[in-house]
Design a protein around this ligand. Structure first.
Ligand code: HEC
Length: 96
């Protein structure tokens, strides 16, 4: 059952990623509470807006696998599939 749900979410993200849009992909809203979606907003948490897409993907995958330690990101990253991470990273990379 969990796999089915994860697969469904994954498909939705791929569909969202195919359409280049200003709308944040599924899951991105859960990031922007801590990582603002604009680099003009000051934040104690690292800015992701405008960051290199591959860098964001790598960081998320490392947090998820445990290769990189985190205080919260290791736990958060475990809730995201590769497709979701790709879509969120692509969206953040496009933000100014
Ligand atoms: C509860 C606040 C919070 C949420 C929600 C959150 N993050 Fe983070 N993020 C952090 C903190 C704090 C760090 C610093 C590493 C740590 O302590 O875990 C971080 C670090 C990162 C980094 C590495 C930044 C760098 O400069 O190395 C990336 C990439 C990242 N988060 C992506 C995301 C994505 C994508 C999401 C949504 C799926 C997300 N974060 C949701 C708080 C959060």
């Amino acid at each position: 059952m969990r796999k089915v749900v994860a697969a469904a979410i994954g498909c939705a993200s791929i569909a969202a990623a195919a359409v280049v849009s200003a709308e944040p992909p599924a899951g991105a809203a859960s990031c922007s509470g801590c990582h603002p979606s604009s680099s003009r907003v000051s934040s104690p948490v690292a800015h992701l807006a405008g960051r290199d897409r591959a860098e964001i993907v790598k960081a998320m995958q490392d947090f998820r696998s445990g290769a990189r330690a985190g205080t919260v990101m290791d736990r958060i990253a475990k809730g995201f599939t590769d497709a979701e991470i790709q879509a969120i990273a692509a969206w953040y990379a496009e933000q100014k």
